[in-house]
Design a protein around this ligand. Structure first.
Ligand SMILES: [Zn+2]
Length: 157
């Protein structure tokens, strides 16, 4: 059994697959060179061993503002093995960065090598001061949300 601490960011596809498919995964994929990032939530479909709901963070409340994006499905006999499907409940058009990001992630999920070093895969973390979920790249790595970071550094918050 692997009992090492989950590193942040995760750098290999097997570790990312383990994280993404665990059942209640919240993570951010960031491109530090462009400053673009998107937060996804992947939750296991109740009762299913091969399907997960995928949402993305579309508002400021990173506990509640997830918009349904599609269904991630495991097709063990196909290549690529994992695919994200547009369903009738999908509220995101395909020609968007959030959709293409989810599609790309799904297609590579079964790979064995390293995640592209130009990108960062950041498991969510919680604020050390208030316990809220952290999803922005800066906050995830720092361990504090912006207000709490200011507060612990002697600011007004
Ligand atoms: Zn906080």
């Amino acid at each position: 059994m692997n009992t090492t601490i989950t590193p942040n960011p995760l750098t290999t596809w097997p570790a990312i697959r383990q994280y993404v498919l665990a059942g209640e995964a919240v993570f951010t994929v960031a491109n530090p060179s462009t400053g673009y990032w998107v937060t996804y939530k992947v939750t296991r479909k109740p009762g299913a061993l091969d399907a997960w709901f995928v949402g993305y963070l579309a508002g400021p409340d990173n506990e509640a503002d997830y918009t349904y994006l599609g269904l991630l499905a495991d097709h063990p006999r196909f290549s690529p093995r994992f695919r994200v499907w547009h369903t009738r409940a999908t509220k995101v058009v395909k020609d968007t960065a959030v959709w293409r990001g989810a599609e790309w992630l799904a297609k590579h999920l079964d790979e064995k090598g390293n995640f592209p070093p130009a990108l960062e895969f950041l498991p969510s973390s919680t604020c050390a001061r208030c316990g809220r979920t952290l999803t922005t790249p800066e906050s995830v790595l720092r361990g504090f949300g912006p207000e709490c970071w200011e507060a612990v550094n002697g600011g007004a918050a």
